[in-house]
Design a protein around this ligand. Structure first.
Ligand code: SF4
Length: 264
């Protein structure tokens, strides 16, 4: 049986899917987005050393890396079954990037969906995995929250640290597009440029079945975590987008027939 590495389990979450949910944060992400608010998910010598030092401090803000089996994890998820059932909620797998641990993720999903458990499952992903793996595993979820950051590959490499070709291929190839909700981080002067927003809308229009986009406005709440991890925070001093700008982007997508929501 595969084991997985996670860094946080968040119970009673009302984000990232319907109802009351438990969100499991997987460790590791191939991307390194400048605005990432979960830098503790990165595999770096610095934060792994800090995790080690903070092992006994349950209140530490970094989250503790844990190696878990599917059975252990599902036993923890079961404790809140009543809340999932009463609220129409379930489980969200987030990160980091869950698809970076495909064997473990696949086993976990199979168990969550077996006859006994039948959880509602949401995957929060950047879609960065080989196409066969992505399609095989993501198709087992009820909802796929799919990050789209930058349409230009060079800009994507610059600000997210990885190219976007595989991400776009996977989005295009995914069969049941009605499961997909696009997530767009609105980062002033980086992702919220006219050409980027227009290209995202054009892509969505070209892919039949995608009905919704969530706009995630930039905030700097994670800056302290970067300092604590000894990582450089490259958006120092950047302000959140104005309410007017967010409303303008929301309307832009709504005018093209999409459901647009502010926040996750
Ligand atoms: S893809 Fe998500 S988890 Fe990974 S670095 Fe970017 S924002 Fe962070």
């Amino acid at each position: 049986m595969a084991k997985g590495t996670i860094y946080k389990i968040q119970r009673f979450s009302i984000h990232d899917g319907p109802g009351i949910r438990t969100t499991i944060f997987f460790k590791g992400c191939a991307a390194k987005c400048w605005w990432c608010h979960n830098p503790e998910s990165f595999f770096t010598p610095e934060n792994n050393k800090l995790n080690e030092q903070n092992k006994d401090n349950e209140k530490n803000i970094l989250g503790i890396e844990r190696v878990v089996s599917v059975d252990e994890l599902v036993a923890e998820l079961e404790k809140d079954r009543i809340f999932y059932e009463q609220s129409g909620g379930g489980i969200t797998l987030s990160g980091g990037e869950p698809l970076l641990q495909p064997e473990f993720l696949d086993e976990l999903v199979n168990k969550c969906k077996d006859e006994r458990h039948q959880y509602h499952l949401t995957l929060d992903t950047t879609g960065y995995a080989d196409t066969e793996t992505f399609n095989r595993i993501a198709s087992k979820f009820d909802i796929v929250l799919y990050d789209l950051k930058l349409m230009n590959c060079e800009e994507h490499k610059q600000y997210a640290g990885i190219p976007n070709d595989m991400i776009l291929t996977n989005l295009r190839s995914f069969e049941d597009k009605s499961k997909i909700i696009i997530r767009f981080p609105v980062i002033p002067s980086i992702t919220d440029t006219e050409h980027n927003i227009r290209q995202i809308k054009e892509l969505m229009l070209s892919l039949e079945g995608i009905a919704e986009i969530d706009l995630l406005p930039y905030h700097n709440f994670a800056e302290a975590k970067y300092a604590r991890l000894g990582l450089e925070y490259r958006l120092k001093g950047m302000e959140s987008p104005s309410k007017e700008r967010i409303e303008e982007i929301k309307k832009y997508f709504e005018d093209s027939g999409f459901k647009a929501k502010i926040g996750g």
